[in-house]
Write a protein that binds this ligand. Structure first.
Ligand code: ZN
Ligand code: ZN
Length: 361
C-alpha cells in the first residue's frame, strides 16, 4: 500500500488563503485536521498562517499527537493543554494576522462569537480544505480501494445467508462482522438492509422484518480502512429474478447506473453525470421516484465533495473518488438502487467496488 502524502497538504492550503481573504485559518473540522496533519484525536484545532502551523489538543492526546504528526511528516508545532490554555496559544499564534478564517460549515454560532472575541476580525470560509480533499493521492486511493475490497469480500461471504426468513438486522450484523474480520476498522456508515416495501425508503434502518420470497432487498454498506471509506449498493431479489413492475425498475436502474459510470471521466461536469442517470429514469416515467442525487465524493467522510446532482458545480478530475448510485423507489411496493465507488483516472474511471450486479440471490 502506497503511503499517504500528508506533508505537502498545508502548503497547498496556504496557496488558497489569499483567495479566501484571510492571512490565517483556524481549522476546527477534525477530518480536515486529520487530513492536514495525520492527527486522529477527537479534540483539537489547527491554526495555519502563511509561515507556520500550530496544532492544539488536550492531555489525552499528548503522545498520540506527537507520534502521528511526526509520522505524517507534517510541519506543525504542537501545544497540549486545557481548553483555555489552547485558546490562548492559538490567539498568540495568529496575533499578526489581520483576517482569520473560520470554517463556516464547522463552527457553531457560539464558537464563532468566541473566536471573534479572541482573535478580532474573523472571516467565514467555505470548503477550503474540502476542495483539496476532492483529489486523492495514491495512498488515499489505495485505502479506499482496500475498503472496497473488504466490502466486496464480506458480501461474497454473507450473500449465502440471504434467504427467505432471514431478517434485515441479521443480514446487516453479518455484513458488519464480516467486514471487521476482514480488516475493516468499522463500517463506513450504518449498514442499510431494506427488504420488501422498506426498500422504497432510501435510508431505511434495518429492522427485525423477515425477508420474503421474491422481494427486493437493498443492501447499502461500506468499510473503513485507515480512516478511508467505501460505499456500495446492490439490490437482490430473494429466490430468483424480479417480477412485474419491479423487474422493469431493476432494468432501468441498472441501465441508468451503467450509463452514469460510463460517463464519469475527467472534464465531465458532476451535473452531467447526474443528468445521464436522471434522463434514463425520466424516460422510463419515474422522474419523481428518483429523489436523491446521483452520487458524492468518498474519502475520510462517507459524503464529501464533489456532489453529483442537479446542483453539482464541480468538474471531474483524475484522482477524484465518487459514487454513482441512481435509484427508483415506489412507495408501498419497493425500490432498487445500484451504487459503485469509482476513482476517476486520466482517461475515464476505474470501479473500486466490483461485486456482481445480478438481481438473483
Ligand atoms: Zn451507499
Ligand atoms: Zn453513497
Amino acid at each position: 500500500m502506497r503511503p499517504l502524502q500528508v506533508a505537502p497538504r498545508m502548503g497547498r492550503l496556504r496557496e488558497r488563503l489569499d483567495g479566501a481573504g484571510v492571512d490565517a485559518l483556524m481549522v476546527t473540522c477534525l477530518q480536515n485536521v486529520r487530513y492536514l496533519t495525520g492527527f486522529t484525536g477527537s479534540a483539537g484545532v489547527l491554526a495555519l498562517t502563511g509561515s507556520g502551523a500550530l496544532l492544539t489538543t488536550d492531555g489525552r492526546y499528548r503522545t498520540q499527537a506527537a507520534e502521528q504528526v511526526a509520522a505524517a511528516g507534517a510541519d506543525a508545532e504542537i501545544f497540549v493543554g486545557a481548553l483555555g490554555a489552547q485558546r490562548d496559544a492559538l490567539k498568540a499564534f495568529v496575533s499578526s494576522a489581520a483576517h482569520v478564517g473560520l470554517e463556516a460549515d464547522h463552527v457553531s454560532w457560539s464558537d464563532s462569537r468566541l473566536w471573534g472575541e479572541l482573535v478580532g476580525d474573523i472571516v467565514p470560509t467555505t470548503g477550503l480544505v474540502e476542495a483539496l480533499r476532492e483529489i486523492k493521492d495514491e495512498g488515499e486511493i489505495d485505502r479506499v480501494a482496500r475498503a472496497a475490497r473488504i466490502a466486496d469480500s464480506a458480501l461474497e461471504e454473507v450473500i449465502a445467508m440471504l434467504a427467505t426468513g432471514v431478517t434485515e438486522e441479521e443480514l446487516a450484523l453479518a455484513l458488519d462482522t464480516a467486514m471487521r474480520r476482514k480488516g475493516a476498522e468499522s463500517p463506513a456508515f450504518e449498514t442499510i438492509v431494506a427488504s420488501g416495501p422498506n426498500s422504497a425508503k432510501p435510508h431505511h434502518h434495518p429492522t427485525a422484518r423477515a425477508i420474503g420470497r421474491g422481494e427486493p432487498v437493498v443492501v447499502d454498506f461500506g468499510a473503513t480502512f485507515e480512516g478511508y471509506r467505501s460505499d456500495m449498493t446492490r439490490t437482490f431479489f430473494v429466490g430468483g429474478e424480479p417480477r412485474g413492475e419491479l423487474a422493469r425498475v431493476f432494468a432501468v436502474v441498472e441501465d441508468a447506473q451503467a450509463r452514469g459510470v460510463a460517463a464519469a471521466a475527467p472534464g465531465v461536469g458532476c451535473k452531467e453525470v447526474d443528468e445521464v442517470c436522471r434522463d434514463v429514469i425520466t424516460q422510463a416515467g419515474w422522474a419523481d421516484r428518483f429523489e436523491h442525487g446521483t452520487g458524492h465524493g468518498v474519502g475520510l467522510d462517507i459524503h464529501e465533495a464533489p456532489t453529483l446532482s442537479p446542483l453539482g458545480t464541480a468538474t471531474l478530475a483524475p484522482g477524484m473518488i465518487v459514487t454513482v448510485e441512481p435509484g427508483v423507489y415506489l412507495p408501498g411496493v419497493g425500490g432498487v438502487r445500484i451504487e459503485d465507488t469509482l476513482v476517476v483516472t486520466e482517461d475515464g474511471n476505474r470501479a473500486l467496488t466490483t461485486f456482481k450486479k445480478t438481481a438473483a440471490a
